[in-house]
Ligand binder design. Structure first.
Ligand code: PEP
Ligand code: MN
Length: 338
């Protein structure tokens, strides 16, 4: 259920409506808009009688939200959500590029890559300190040492950093160091992790599970919003199909589908989406053309010796070319590169 306040509703009227919703044993979520405020309601087990709220001062309309996800839906909020991270905004007018290695391997590796991607125009830096690996014998990440390196990168290069929390236990540490907490594809339906990051003050980058539908992705985002964290960035990173010319099939049709159903920003990740570095540039351009709000791109100074995801990591000079191509395409699409 969504309570739409009138354009000139006073702060008092909004607070009275919020108190009324709470008194009904429900959870109000105030959603300020550029024209009017709306209040989303969750926590009901059955339908809510709209009459109780309809007659209240300052209330213009009470709308039933038909989708199973509520707070993330376009029905709840018409305008695109913009998420501010440092002085960067994700969603809305500008297009962001998050770049960096799959994993932080050492201070020298991360610093060399940060210098290259910053110079080429990346807006945020990425790098895993906790890595979800298929094999328990593969490099698992540097843990807190990796987070400390990311913190130094933020200070040295003025780049906000995105890094993954792989379980509930690691969130506390990750949120101390990261600007954005990533929840990876393998954890998209780790509901206790979703609830925990939903109580964090950091924005969350939520990747689509490799066999998840768009509706399941949005339901997972709903877990985070329902706990009070409204700053969620979605990411299409490819799904499992029978195709074997790539590691995953980057499902770019998910981008316009999400845009129709939700107000949240969505990025495309052609690195994990293809698994092959020669496919990253064309699919990055396709991601921009499909309407994504930005990209996540893996870059390594020495991909042949990378401890994870080397085959899909771009060489720095390929990343430079990718940024140049994006700039040209942005002109044609009337977009601005952040
Ligand atoms: C990553 O971003 O390095 C990663 C592990 O991604 P995904 O969860 O999409 O596989
Ligand atoms: Mn990776």
């Amino acid at each position: 259920m969504l309570v739409v306040m009138s354009r000139n509703a006073s702060q008092d009227e909004i607070e009275t409506a919020v108190a009324k919703i709470e008194s009904m044993g429900l959870k109000p979520h105030v959603i300020p808009g550029s024209i009017r405020t709306a209040i989303g309601i969750t926590g009901n087990t059955g339908p809510i009688e709209p009459g109780i709220l309809e007659g209240m001062p300052g209330v213009r309309d009470v709308i039933r939200v038909t989708k199973p996800y509520k707070l993330v839906s376009r029905e709840m909020k018409k305008e695109d959500t913009r998420i501010e991270v440092g002085n960067v905004a994700i969603g809305g007018a500008s297009f962001v590029v998050i770049a960096g290695p799959c994993a932080v391997e050492s201070e020298s590796q991360a610093f060399q890559i940060a210098e290259k991607v910053k110079a080429a125009g990346a807006t945020l830096f990425r790098g895993g300190a906790f890595k979800p690996r298929t094999s328990p014998y593969s490099f698992q990440g540097l843990g807190e040492e990796g987070l400390k390196i990311l913190q130094k990168i933020r200070e040295e290069f003025d780049l906000p950093v995105v890094t993954e929390a792989i379980d509930v236990e690691s969130v506390g540490l990750v949120e101390q160091y990261a600007d954005v907490i990533q929840v990876g594809a393998r954890n998209m339906q780790n509901f206790s992790l979703l609830k925990r990051v939903g109580r964090s003050s950091r924005p969350v980058l939520l990747k689509r599970g490799m066999s998840a539908t768009v509706e399941e992705l949005l339901m997972s985002a709903e877990y985070i919003l329902s706990e009070g964290n409204y700053r969620v960035i979605l990411c299409e990173r490819g799904v499992r199909t029978f195709a074997d010319h790539t590691r995953n099939t980057l499902d770019l049709s998910a981008v316009p589908a999400v845009k129709e159903l939700s107000h949240l920003p969505i990025l495309a990740d052609p690195s994990h989406g293809t698994g092959k570095r020669d496919k990253v540039l064309p699919m990055a351009l396709a991601g921009m053309a499909a309407g994504a709000d930005g990209l996540m791109i893996e870059v390594h100074i020495d991909p042949e010796r990378a401890l994870s995801d080397g085959p899909q990591s771009l060489y720095p000079d390929q990343f430079v070319r990718l940024m140049e191509s994006l700039r040209r395409l942005a002109l044609a699409l009337d977009k601005t590169l952040a």
